[in-house]
Design a protein around this ligand. Structure first.
Ligand SMILES: Cc1cc2nc3c(=O)[nH]c(=O)nc-3n(C[C@H](O)[C@H](O)[C@H](O)COP(=O)(O)OP(=O)(O)OC[C@H]3O[C@@H](n4cnc5c(N)ncnc54)[C@H](O)[C@@H]3O)c2cc1C
Length: 600
């Protein structure tokens, strides 16, 4: 038989899939998949974020969703070509459903589908006003008492939340709330973002003085408005704060600064929320249909409780409250914890001249920033990637196309290579007593982030200070208690201290639901984040997707949004489309709503 080029093979497969699905023949469609297959769907078929693993799950989903979804027009994406390497054929694909246009990615092995990603690009009839459809801005002609753009914006700001209710309220105006707000604005979903800080960007500004983003610029763009080409690789925190403030303004978001959400409750009958807000000292009640908690997954401090903390005479605070090192130049500082914040704060205190000790209770994964950039991120998020045509949108989708179930298999070789390259660095750290790990299965940083959101440091300099003893280290110990002027460790060591920083991480986001809504609702939705990988701090059973993030929860009308800048950018697209569809009354039957296995 004539060997067909990759385009031909993909087209044949897509034609067969199209025919089977159009005819409603689920078995014929399932036969096109490998036994060991993955179909990751971002809201096109499932109105959920869901990965079907194996033929049986694909079959079950299609049986439940095919008739409604009515997919059609599967083809290689316009302007793209399939490619083949190492026995795998890859292609960008496009398709339609009854209500949406979709874009995706497919990998074929032995002529069958190994991985399939289907994502919703836009809802038919509700497309964003871009390109030929962009707004006119000016109104040509003559009109009595016409309103300028500024007057219209002012009128909207005066009405929304007062004489007219928003459809959606986002609690939390950090990068997550802002990115989602921008998408909802383009989709014409009336939205108010509530932020207790005064200005957009304050959540970054208020963090410790020395902080710069740990992720490079290519990973960090916001939707619609990428950073300029001269933007620094690692944004200083105040610079990212200013960018967020500018972005909020130019994207015309209804952003209520100095507005704290005090409480919220859902009326199951009228199916709307009552949201009580304290705005500039006045109470305002909002009645949205949808409530998004974008209150930060690194924002609910986990503060440990140690014996006699109350008698300590020096300064003590959680890392999120750490003001910076200026005040502590000649202090004896003890930093409890050994992840990113602990390292950054120790290094800044050492730079300021303080006598610093880090207390490390258990192992930590360290990866040097340049190794991470070169071996971990370069293919997708780097200047080289940009040069070779990998746009941010494509990078996000390639990343999304790798199913979580097997993602660690792609990551392990990367971290093995990093270990080899930086063997000397790791040896020196171990010699200094630092307890290292590379993840439970050696899959490194990103899997740790997805599974537990903690347990690592991207090294930008502090590790050298630990290796050479400039930052003192006590490892394999816990804090036993505090005295008036010291910290006593579990091995009996006494560390004199004027400052104790608890860099002990953050709690699950459903804690916000407990604070703002009720313990019942927090328990009803359960733990937020993690994959159910049954690794440290990510208990099973396997979920296949991040718990509760960007998708329907067990509480109607309640959503969680956030994560790093990449996730805020990427997943805000799918959350905004889910919200828009509901506002427009498009049926959104959720397939495979997650069950709750853990409360926090
Ligand atoms: C030290 C540190 C370094 C990090 N470095 C990076 C990095 O390099 N790259 C990266 O992508 N991510 C990084 N992250 C992770 C993550 O991107 C940030 O935490 C980011 O700020 C998350 O954005 P967010 O909008 O989800 O939450 P936040 O920025 O935490 O915003 C949540 C907002 O909600 C507001 N809020 C809370 N409760 C209420 C209420 N009741 N009413 C009104 N407003 C409320 C808060 O004031 C806050 O502004 C880092 C996190 C930390 C802590």
């Amino acid at each position: 038989m004539l060997d067909k080029a990759p385009n031909g093979k993909v087209s044949d497969l897509l034609n067969a899939l199209d025919k089977a699905l159009s005819a409603g023949e689920v078995e014929r469609a399932v036969d096109l998949f490998q036994t060991d297959c993955y179909w990751r769907d971002l809201v096109t078929f499932t109105w959920n974020i869901k990965t079907m693993e194996g033929k049986e799950q694909v079959r079950d989903m299609l049986k439940a969703r095919l008739a409604d979804t009515k997919p059609s027009n599967w083809k290689i994406a316009d302007g793209e070509d399939a490619s083949e390497a190492g026995g795998t054929i890859e292609s960008w694909i496009q398709f339609e459903t009854e209500v949406a246009r979709g874009f995706g990615h497919m990998r074929l092995k032995d002529g069958q589908i190994w991985t399939l990603l289907t994502t919703m690009s836009e809802l038919k009839g509700h497309e964003e006003p871009v390109g030929f459809d962009r707004p006119m801005g000016a109104k040509h002609g003559a009109e009595r008492n016409r309103k300028t753009w500024k007057e219209e914006r002012e009128a909207e700001a005066a009405e929304l939340g007062y004489s007219r209710q928003p459809y959606c309220v986002i609690v939390g105006g950090g990068q997550g709330g802002i990115a989602l707000g921008a998408r909802l604005r383009q989709l014409n979903v009336p939205t108010i973002i509530l932020e207790k800080n005064e200005r957009p960007g304050d959540s970054w500004r208020k963090r410790y003085k020395s902080l710069c983003l740990h992720d490079p610029v290519w990973y960090d763009h916001l939707p619609y408005l990428p950073f300029p080409r001269n933007w620094p690789v690692f944004s200083p925190k105040d610079k990212i704060g200013d960018w967020l403030e500018m972005y909020t303004k130019v994207m015309e978001l209804n952003y209520w600064g100095s507005s704290e959400c005090k409480k919220a409750s859902y009326d199951e009958k009228s199916r709307d929320w009552t949201v009580v807000v304290q705005r500039d000292g006045k109470e305002i009640v909002l009645k949205p249909k949808q409530l998004v908690l974008a209150t930060g997954m690194s924002a609910k401090p986990s503060m440990p409780k140690f014996e006699s903390m109350d008698i300590f005479k020096g300064d003590q605070h959680h890392s999120s409250q750490h003001p910076g090192s200026d005040k502590y130049k000649s202090s004896k500082a003890v930093v409890i914890g050994s992840n990113n914040s602990a390292h950054d704060i120790c290094a800044a205190l050492w730079e300021a001249g303080a006598d610093v000790t880090m207390v490390q209770r258990s192992t930590t994964h360290i990866v040097r920033s340049d190794s991470l950039m070169e071996l971990g991120l370069a293919a997708l998020y780097s200047e080289q990637a940009v040069q070779s045509g990998v746009t941010t949108a494509k990078a996000d989708l390639i990343f999304a196309s790798l199913p979580y179930k097997i993602l660690h298999e792609f990551q392990i070789p990367v971290y093995n290579a990093i270990r080899e390259r930086d063997a000397d660095f790791y040896n020196r750290l171990e010699k200094a007593g630092f307890l290292l790990d590379y993840g439970d299965d050696d899959s490194g940083l990103f899997m740790k982030y997805l599974r537990r959101g903690s347990g690592y440091y991207i090294d930008v300099g502090a590790s050298e200070l630990i290796a050479n003893g400039s930052i003192k280290l006590k490892s394999g110990v816990d804090v036993k208690k505090l005295t008036e002027h010291s910290v006593i460790l579990s091995d009996g060591t006494e560390l004199p201290a004027d400052l104790v920083v608890y860099a002990t991480g953050y709690g699950s986001m459903n804690g916000w639901a407990a604070d703002l809504i009720s313990k019942e609702v927090a328990d009803k939705v359960g733990k937020v984040w993690g994959l159910g990988s049954n690794t440290t701090k990510d208990p099973g059973p396997w979920e296949g997707e991040q718990r509760n993030m960007w998708k329907p929860t067990q509480q109607e009308g309640l959503w969680f949004h956030g994560g790093n800048l990449h996730q805020s950018r990427h997943y805000s697209q799918f959350l905004s489309l889910q919200l828009k569809a509901r506002m427009e009354g498009i049926a959104t039957p959720v397939y495979g709503l997650q069950k709750v296995h853990h409360l926090s």
